[in-house]
Write a protein that binds this ligand. Structure first.
Ligand SMILES: N[C@@H]1[C@@H](O)[C@H](O)[C@@H](COP(=O)(O)O)O[C@@H]1O
Length: 245
């Protein structure tokens, strides 16, 4: 794992934007894995700027999002489909049918998971996966204890994750209890991974990722085994007294 120190989320977003741009410009049909949450929001804004300046095109790009809540529709403001469309896809020249977010309202959820996984395989996997990390070490929505062998599957969200994400909802009760997420194995099959870690609240998680043992108790620890991971971390997280570098 390569660790790159940046000043703040702005600098992180600028650097990762360059990386995404390079990837898109060097591949004929790039496949990107995308994350939601607060951390990559600025990255999406910068990518939109690039497209609007016509210095980048997503015409040949296919995307797969990591996860989606079960039980809410893509039109719901709290769904990850809504997040992706409103913050990113609606403002770039991507073909919307080439954007994939699991369908949280699918009648047959396990079939939806299987199809999601197959679609990624049909396209020969993800070239570049953008990842965030939860405070409990989750990646996507793979909570502690998730087997490393999992492919796209349904998860029960931990109370702490629902609380952390309740800031986007009116109340904690509204936060869904289940989600569909790419599995750990799905994520690990990505050819390259970029992990964005911003803010002091993530210090314990980053410290465990860098210094801890590889264990299903801490899902992100599996990244130690991936051959091509770059972590971008900002000063707020790296200067935290919790960090042991
Ligand atoms: N499912 C998402 C994750 O994919 C994301 O990485 C994490 C961190 O989000 P944030 O960047 O808001 O801290 O939150 C959510 O739980």
């Amino acid at each position: 794992m390569k660790l790159i120190e940046v000043k703040d989320n702005e600098e992180m977003s600028v650097e990762v934007c360059k990386l995404v741009k390079m990837k898109i410009n060097t591949l004929a049909t790039p496949v990107l894995g995308l994350a939601t949450g607060s951390t990559p929001e600025r990255l999406y804004e910068l990518l939109v700027d690039e497209v609007q300046k016509e210095s980048l095109s997503f015409k040949n790009v296919t995307t797969f999002n990591l996860d989606e809540y079960v039980g809410i529709s893509g039109n719901d403001r709290n769904s990850y489909r809504y997040y992706m469309n409103s913050k990113f896809f609606d403002h770039i020249d991507i073909q919307i049918e080439n954007t994939h977010v699991p369908n949280g309202l699918a009648k047959n959820i396990s079939k939806e998971c299987e199809n999601y996984e197959s679609r990624i395989e049909e396209l020969k996997g993800i070239d570049l996966q953008i990842l965030g990390i939860g405070r409990n070490g989750h990646i996507g929505f793979n909570e502690p204890g998730t087997p490393f062998s999992t492919q796209t599957h349904v998860v029960e969200l931990e109370e702490s994750t629902r609380k952390a994400n309740s800031r986007f909802f009116q109340s904690l009760e509204e936060v869904p209890t289940r989600a569909i997420t790419m599995g750990i194995d799905t994520i690990m099959k990505s050819k390259e991974i970029v992990l964005l870690v911003s803010g002091e609240k993530k210090a314990e998680a980053l410290n465990a990722l860098i210094n801890g043992e590889v264990s299903e108790k801490f899902p992100a620890s599996i990244l130690q085994k991936h051959p091509h991971v770059t972590i971008f971390a900002d000063e707020a997280v790296l200067k935290s007294p919790v960090m042991n570098l």
